[in-house]
Each structure stands twice: as C-alpha cells, then as structure tokens.
Write a protein that binds this ligand. Structure first.
Ligand code: ASP
Length: 282
C-alpha cells in the first residue's frame, strides 16, 4: 500500500479493535466482536472490503466473506456477491440459518434480500482511479480485512471480508469464503484469518494449517503457516490468530501488514498495534 493508504488502514484497524472490543464487552460473544470489527473495516475506504473493494476487469465490485464459530464449527460464507457493503453480516445470517454454508452470486442476493439487505455502490474514488490507471494488467491489490476473537466463555470466532484481487475475472472466488483457507475457528485449537493471494492461500488451506499448529504456540503457528505458504507457493500473505488461552500470533511475508490487538491488560483495555514487523508472542 502507498503510505497514505497504509496509515488510513492502520487507523481503521485500531478503530475496528475498539469497535469489536465494545461489542465483546457488551454482549460477551466472540462472534459479535469479530462482526463489529469487520463491519468497521468494510466501511473503511482504505481497505479492500465493502466500500473500497477491489474491482473486477469489468469494473464491478464482487465481494467474498466468511465467518466461523469455534464452539460448533458453524460456518457461513458468501462468494462473488456484487455490491454488498456488509457481506460479513450476510455470513452471519447464513450461519444462523444453518441450512447451507456458502452462497454465491445471485443466490447470495436472493437470500440477503429476504433478510433485508440491499445492494450499495462500493466503488470509491481510489478504486475507480486504480481501474483506469492499471488496466489491463492483473495485479494484486491488498487490503483484505479480518478479525479473530476469544470471549470470556472460551469461545473463539474468526471473520474475513474482501473484494478479492484487483482486476480479477468476474466470478473469480478466492480463499476468503472457503472454509479453512481464509478463515477457521475451532474452540479446541483457536481461530485464524488470512490475507494475501487467494490462489496461493487456498493451496495450503492456510487458516486451518495455522490452527492445527496453535497448540504449539501462537507465534510459531502463524510463522509456520507463512513459511509453508512461501515455500510451497511463493505467494505473499499474512495471518492473525488467537488461541483459547488468549495467546495471539501474527505473521506476514510482506513489508507491512497493519494489525491491532486489544485485550485486558493490568490496567484495563490494552491496545497493541503495528504494521512493519510481526510481533513476538503476545
Ligand atoms: N485473499 C484475498 C483474495 O485472494 C485478497 C487479499 O487478501 O487482499 O481474494
């Protein structure tokens, strides 16, 4: 990201943690926390999700998102859904209905309209300019958003939302709505959310790869997932994860990845944030 956009994304991350924290404190539920955080990021134009989502080669906005509940492995996702500002909330409705796990394209809208959602214009000045300036080469436009949370009952949850990769084919689906690729949560292991090149991430089912290794340490699990991705695919990516005991792991193989962590410190709410270096154990 260019510096101005990275600074805006960093600020959005910190605000998202505060929004997630407020919801988590109010309702006590990890699912509510990750949804509040991701909705905030879907509204942040600097991020590649909701308003500000990367555009397809036809100049349309098609988003992917998923939500997973660690308590019962409940999963809800949408794929290639046009003009949806808060796809993470549609994921919640799918998860809660429990009949299907993933809805795509027009079918996702048939369901969402029944639940009171309506399409909105997601194109912003930045994405319009990018489309004009960078057509026709296919290039990766980062900025997928994600959140993981642990609540007081020991339940974990993860949520991820994206516009996908810039100048993608219409109908392209990335890692984000695929269970275990962009998102995974299991109370026995922890929760993880990934960002980066979907075509690489899905090859190693990165979020599940990370969760499987969480019992050995959160930082180690995140590092190991990024190492595996780099070694096996050469792709770029980052991952955030939380364990059932609250340990947090973050790693990325890009120069920067804005992140923020909120938790109970000795004197109440503590915010840790950064972008340039993956932190050691948190
Ligand atoms: N993972 C997203 C995708 O490939 C893109 C991103 O993280 O920026 O759809």
């Amino acid at each position: 990201m260019r510096p101005a956009r990275a600074a805006a994304a960093q600020m959005a991350c910190e605000e998202a943690v505060a929004a997630g924290w407020a919801e988590l404190s109010e309702s006590g539920s990890a699912i509510d926390g990750v949804i509040a955080a991701v909705r905030h990021l879907e509204d942040a134009e600097a991020c590649n999700a909701g308003r500000g989502a990367a555009l397809t080669e036809q100049g349309t906005a098609e988003v992917d998102a998923s939500l997973m509940r660690g308590q019962d492995l409940g999963f809800g996702a949408v794929a290639a859904m046009r003009d949806c500002r808060h796809p993470i909330s549609v994921c919640r409705a799918i998860l809660e209905e429990g009949r299907h796990a993933v809805l795509a394209g027009e079918g996702a809208w048939l369901f969402a309209r029944e639940r009171g959602f309506s399409p909105e214009d997601l194109i912003v000045e930045r994405t319009r300019r990018e489309l004009e300036a960078r057509r026709p080469e296919l290039s990766e436009e980062p900025g997928t958003v994600g959140a993981c949370a642990l609540d007081e009952y020991g339940d974990v949850a993860a949520a991820t939302s994206t516009g996908g990769v810039f100048f993608k084919r219409v109908g392209r689906v990335g890692d984000t709505p695929l269970c275990g690729c962009g998102t995974y949560a299991d109370n026995l292991l922890g929760a993880a959310s990934a960002t980066g090149l979907g075509e690489a991430i899905l090859k190693i089912t990165m979020a599940r790869y990370c969760c499987d290794r969480l019992p050995g340490g959160a930082s180690e699990a995140a590092c190991s997932a990024v190492r595996e991705l780099t070694a096996r695919t050469g792709g770029t990516a980052g991952i955030i994860a939380v364990r059932p005991d609250g340990q947090v792991g973050i790693d990325f193989n890009t120069k920067t990845m804005p992140f923020a962590v909120g938790r109970h410190g000795e004197s109440g709410f503590e915010l840790i944030s950064g972008a340039h270096a993956p932190p050691d154990d948190l």
